[in-house]
Write a protein that binds this ligand. Structure first.
Ligand code: FES
Length: 277
């Protein structure tokens, strides 16, 4: 290993804190790989050796894990990872076009890093944010309802050092190394910033709550022979639910679209002043 003594000392102390959370040292491999990425910017040969030696594993075992998960990078990663979702829904909503535009704008292909080391561009699979398709992620923070133009704007703002605010999550995007340390389990104090979930994601919950309440209040069928009353027939409750769904489609979609458009505007314009980390 070629880590400087102070770096190795800090890594060792942090690794001990991580390992203390698990009954078996080898269980700490994933967070330790994130931890080394927070130092080197990728899973370097030194990182492989450090994890193996610290956890009592072979280098082959560590490499096998590091090459399995796409969040672990085997070559120096950019300061910002731009992940464009190209799974079906995002793709047809514009994800493919966003990726192509960024690829052209940055002059890099999939899983490649710009010459200045600022950006790594990659295609990503569904990030469970389909209600905001097409989605782009910057260091795994969500940017909802993107367009090729808004994605380029995010790049320009990051390149200019302006603070860039994700649609959800922390108040601004942090660097790959900073986020890697969070993923290793070391809080950065930003966990409570920003909305934890957007309006579209919560729409179902909002609409389901009144429906459930109505079902609980459904009038009971009179019992023919003095037996205990039965709840309303399933079909009646289903019909009620259909009515509710109709209402949702009538009103919820329009409201949601409005929210999405609002969010898109914020993403495209809310990035002036200040200094990115
Ligand atoms: S398809 Fe892109 S977030 Fe689900």
């Amino acid at each position: 290993m070629t880590y400087a003594p102070t770096t190795l000392e800090a890594l060792t102390a942090d690794a001990a804190a991580v390992m203390a959370r698990y009954p078996s040292p080898r269980s700490a491999l994933l967070p330790l790989l994130h931890l080394t990425q927070s130092v080197d910017g990728y899973v370097s040969p030194d990182a492989i050796a450090f994890c193996a030696e610290t956890l009592g594993l072979t280098a082959a075992e560590v490499s096998a894990v590091a090459t399995f998960y796409t969040q672990f990078k085997r070559q120096p990663n950019g300061r910002y990872t731009l992940g464009v979702c190209v799974t079906s829904l995002c793709a047809i909503m514009g994800g493919d076009a966003i990726f192509e535009r960024l690829s052209e704008y940055l002059a890099v292909g999939n899983d490649q890093t710009t010459a200045d080391g600022l950006f790594t561009l990659e295609k990503i699979e569904c990030n469970a944010a389909c209600d905001y398709a097409p989605v782009m992620m910057v260091n795994w923070e969500f940017f909802d309802n993107q367009t090729p133009a808004s994605a380029v704007q995010v790049v320009d703002d990051l390149r200019a050092g302006r603070p860039v605010r994700p649609s959800r999550g922390p108040d601004q995007v942090h660097t790959f190394k900073e986020v890697s340390r969070v993923l290793a389990g070391f809080e950065d104090g930003h966990a409570d910033e920003g909305p934890p979930a957007g309006a579209s994601s919560l729409a179902g919950l909002r609409l389901a709550a009144p429906g459930l309440a109505a079902e609980e209040a459904a009038p009971a069928e009179p019992a023919p022979d003095g037996a205990p009353a039965e709840p309303a027939p399933e079909g009646a409750r289903a019909a009620d639910a259909d009515d509710d769904q109709g209402d949702q489609n009538d009103h919820g979609d329009q409201k949601d679209q409005g929210d999405q458009n609002d969010q898109g505007d914020q993403t495209a314009s809310g990035k002036d002043g200040g200094e990115a980390k």
